[in-house]
Design a protein. Structure first.
Length: 277
């Protein structure tokens, strides 16, 4: 596996690859969810490029960028063992040199859910992902369903800006008790970690209701809220039952639907979702 940092060096390694290239963008501190993206990219593409970049522009003023977990050696060993061809890990100065002033804004899709709670977050995500696409020029790019709004924003950006690539959204990888894998899970105390299974339980309860025939979106939201409120350590920020593509809140569930939520356990904020239909 080659490891690069500078953009010209990264581009020339990428250009040496013959055949299709799959890109797996990450912020590092890899877990099984990231590895499943790499494995899928390996199966589908001739070459795989992974990136590790803790992107400062997607962190809000109240979100501690300096405390984001990092372990470059462990991450690069894991990526190498999976047969990644190139690991690109730029610095913030490389991505945002002095004088930087160009941003990508996906509009309506970023107004609600995570976008409402984390102003500016998706502007940072869309901008950095566009830059990663421009440097690597992948045929396919892999993202996790766990960050459902991020996936929707990137699909929209790719369509709107005519990026010549396919966005592949892969299923959420879960712990045995249902907790979605996330780099942020390391922040949970033992008690919070046990309580955090309530996200999966709440989503499952709403899905059961849907499968029993309920199509009133408010009833599904109430079901999720009911389960969340049974867990004293869980502080709900939002629950949503929205159209899968537009992310608009629904009255009646018809077609592909996203059930999603954000919940605090102490200072740790977790998100999770299920897709219905
Ligand atoms: O999902 C992430 O880890 C990040 O938001 C991404 C897509 C790598 C952009 O920084």
């Amino acid at each position: 596996m080659q490891i690069s940092s500078l953009i010209p060096e990264t581009k020339s390694i990428r250009l040496s690859f013959k055949g299709t290239v799959g890109l797996v963008p990450t912020m590092g501190y890899l877990h099984e969810g990231h590895l499943s993206l790499v494995q899928k990219a390996k199966r589908e593409c001739d070459h795989v490029v992974a990136t590790i970049f803790v992107n400062p522009t997607q962190f809000g003023a109240n979100e501690d960028l300096s405390k984001y977990p990092r372990d470059f050696k462990r991450d690069s060993d894991l990526l190498e063992s999976l047969g990644v061809d190139l690991l690109w890990s730029p610095t913030a100065e490389i991505m945002y040199p002095p004088g930087y002033q160009t941003w990508v804004e996906v509009e309506a899709l970023t107004k609600g859910l995570e976008g409402a709670m984390r102003p500016g977050h998706f502007r940072g995500v869309a901008t950095v992902v566009a830059k990663l696409f421009n440097v690597i020029q992948p045929d396919k790019a892999y993202f996790g369903q766990k960050d459902a709004q991020q996936a929707a924003v990137i699909r929209r950006m790719v369509k709107d800006l005519n990026f010549p690539l396919e966005v592949i959204v892969c299923p959420t990888v879960r712990e045995a008790d249902g907790l979605a894998m996330s780099s942020r899970n390391v922040y949970l105390s033992a008690e919070e970690r046990a309580a955090a299974t309530v996200l999966y339980r709440a989503l499952s309860a709403a899905k059961d209701l849907y499968e029993a025939g309920e199509r009133n979106a408010e009833k599904l939201r109430e079901r999720m809220k009911g389960v969340l409120s049974s867990e004293p350590l869980a502080q709900m920020q939002y629950v949503s039952c929205a159209d899968y593509d537009s992310l608009e809140e629904l009255d009646v569930v018809i077609g592909k639907t996203l059930l999603s939520m954000a919940v605090f356990f102490g200072k740790t904020r977790l998100i999770d979702n299920f897709v219905l239909g």
